[in-house]
Ligand binder design. Structure first.
Ligand code: HEM
Ligand SMILES: *[C@@H]1O[C@H](CO)[C@@H](O)[C@H](O)[C@H]1NC(C)=O
Ligand SMILES: *[C@@H]1O[C@H](CO)[C@@H](O)[C@H](O)[C@H]1NC(C)=O
Ligand SMILES: *[C@@H]1O[C@H](CO)[C@@H](O)[C@H](O)[C@H]1NC(C)=O
Ligand SMILES: *[C@@H]1O[C@H](CO)[C@@H](O)[C@H](O)[C@H]1NC(C)=O
Ligand SMILES: *[C@@H]1O[C@H](CO)[C@@H](O)[C@H](O)[C@H]1NC(C)=O
Length: 485
């Protein structure tokens, strides 16, 4: 009895303490029915569906409660700059640190994110990018050859998602993290196998919703990955990229112990490898299920191939591939679904493009979800659910950049890479990697769907908000080396 009264008092207290009223100057507030948790369950199950429901109810800006936090969701792309531009009031790092702790158990108290970022820019942009581009091309070529049938009669059957993810992961791992291919402990295949398991737990780790037995498995997979990554970047001759070696040195200079360094290296593995494979999967999948698109991209590639003798794309020169670029942009429009999350570190008045003003409270989070708008917005894209490879091409074949909402031209009409100071540093490298991969597959192999009438698999709804989406199930393909005569 006393226990029950105590419990009731506690519940009441927690309700009172977490109770919050909307002031007139703030966005519409939707707390949900469950104390503290608020909308967390619905949010986690299918964020796109949930945010769409809230949009119907409240419009382009609203605040929801999820697991004790208040998150203001903004869905008007004309107003995104007000969030992206203001890195003083709206901080990128704090939420990133929360995720780092939850997923990698990583704390870097003396870390200067600006230094790590500058290091990354030095290695992933400009002159150094050319080296990465060509190292990546070499690894892709070797791996593709090693894993595919040598003769031109036997088809090999495989799931396209597995095929794309494993190839790009291994090539990316070898390019950036090194490792001897014939040393068991750092064999890229075993790193990939462990990483795939880890990837399956990621969203739950980020939300802190792993069940007890899942947690045990997740932690042991993470331990195994940390062991595999132990030598990466440690010495100059570890076979890893200069970037990783410099990153290790930076951490050492900051006084980071070796165990923590490994966790930071695992975080970099996730940031650099988690999205590229899935993106390549969706692109190849859309091409194979849209014959007209496939023909157009192949035609563009064969024009390049006629000028080249090698099997790889010439990456020391810029090659123009507007058709491919449009096909990729269209793929990312449909399947890149990151949250752009910032923490409000000082109270801010948000000026919306329509003239409205809203107060953002210190301690809340702000979240953009470009997947819903602009990317899937029927006002911007006719039949937004459909894959149209030439959506981003003008009649004359040039790149189309003019898209409109409410009669005004949009600055952001897709946002797969984020934007502004915290936009993706690896964008050029990622695009190049995907382009080389698709080029090699389509020019050197015959590829087709096992079932000619197969449709693209469904999207795994639990991954909305975590970058590139992943399929539920896979798309079966078969391939063999192309007869080049
Ligand atoms: C298809 C592939 C990729 C996609 C869709 C993607 C997407 C993104 C997005 C949306 C952000 C911004 C997050 C935000 O603003 O909150 C981001 C940031 C970042 N990406 Fe990527 N990315 C990809 C590949 C890569 C690769 C290959 C690398 C590294 C080589 C990389 C490194 C980073 C880093 C370091 C940041 C954080 C930037 C910062 O600290 O300000 N990404 N990425
Ligand atoms: C954001 O910054 C860019 C360039 O720094 C500027 O052109 C733009 O007007 C700014 N937008 C807003 C809404 O502050
Ligand atoms: C590497 O590839 C990217 C994307 O295709 C391209 O923009 C860049 O110019 C290439 N870098 C170099 C230096 O060749
Ligand atoms: C294999 O990698 C381990 C580190 O995980 C290292 O200690 C060992 O020397 C390597 N062996 C060879 C043959 O390179
Ligand atoms: C790798 O491990 C397998 C068994 O796990 C063993 O048969 C093989 O000899 C090992 N190879 C190397 C290079 O250590
Ligand atoms: C969907 O993704 C989650 C998180 O990655 C994973 O645990 C789950 O198994 C996936 N579901 C299917 C049907 O693939």
């Amino acid at each position: 009895m006393i226990c029950a009264i105590l419990l009731l008092a506690l519940v009441l207290l927690s309700v009172i303490l977490t109770h919050r009223r909307r002031s007139k100057s703030e966005p519409p507030l939707d707390r949900g029915l469950i104390p503290w948790l608020g909308h967390a369950l619905e949010f986690g199950k299918d964020a796109a569906k949930f945010i769409n429901r809230m949009k119907q109810k409240h419009g382009n800006i609203f605040t929801v409660r999820a697991a004790g936090r208040y998150v203001t969701v903004l869905l008007d792309p004309h107003s995104y700059d007000a969030v992206i531009n203001d890195s003083n009031s709206l901080d990128f790092t704090r939420y990133a640190q929360v995720l780092m702790e939850r997923i990698f158990n990583l704390r870097l108290p003396h870390h200067q994110p600006a230094d790590a970022k500058a290091l990354m820019k030095r290695h992933f942009l400009g002159k150094n990018l050319a080296t990465l581009n060509s190292t990546m091309g070499r690894h892709l070529q070797v791996l593709l050859k090693a894993e595919t049938p040598q003769n031109q009669k036997d088809w090999k059957e495989e799931g396209l998602f597995d095929f794309s993810y494993s190839l790009l992961f291994k090539a990316g791992y070898l390019t950036l993290f090194g490792g001897e291919q014939n040393n068991n402990s750092t064999d890229p295949s075993s790193v990939y196998e462990e990483y795939k398991k880890f990837d399956g737990f990621l969203t739950k780790m980020a939300r802190g919703t792993l069940r007890a037995e899942e947690k045990k498995t997740a932690l042991s997979v993470r331990e195994r990955l940390l062991e595999l990554l132990a030598p990466a970047g440690l010495t100059e001759d570890s076979g890893s990229s200069p970037w990783l070696h410099h990153f290790r040195r930076l951490l050492q200079q900051e006084g980071t112990d070796e165990e923590t360094q490994r966790k930071a290296v695992l975080m970099q593995l996730w940031a650099s490898q988690g999205n590229v494979g899935p993106a390549a999967f969706w692109l190849l999948g859309y091409l194979l299920t849209n014959p007209e698109a496939l023909v157009a991209v192949k035609r563009e590639f064969s024009q390049i191939a006629q000028m080249e003798t090698s099997e790889t794309l010439p990456m020391d020169r810029t090659v123009n591939t507007p058709v491919f670029d449009s096909a990729l942009e269209e793929t990312l429009r449909l399947t890149a679904a990151p949250f752009i999350t910032r923490e409000v570190v000082q109270e801010k008045t948000l000026h919306m493009a329509d003239g409205q003003e809203y107060l953002l409270r210190k301690g809340d989070r702000v979240c953009l979800f470009p997947f819903i708008s602009p990317q899937m917005d029927p006002e911007i894209y006719h039949e937004p659910q459909k894959y149209k490879y030439d959506r981003f091409l003008n009649e004359d074949g040039s790149v189309k950049k003019d898209f409109y909402k409410a009669g005004r031209r949009l600055k952001y009409y897709t946002m797969p890479w984020g934007a502004g100071t915290n936009g993706c540093v690896g964008k050029q490298f990622a695009i190049n990697t995907i382009r080389q991969f698709v080029y090699m597959v389509l020019t050197n192999y015959d590829v087709e769907l096992c079932d000619l009438h197969a449709q693209m698999p469904e999207i795994n709804a639990s991954r909305y908000g975590f970058g590139m989406l992943q399929p539920e199930g896979d798309l079966l393909i078969r391939y063999k080396p192309r007869n080049t005569h």
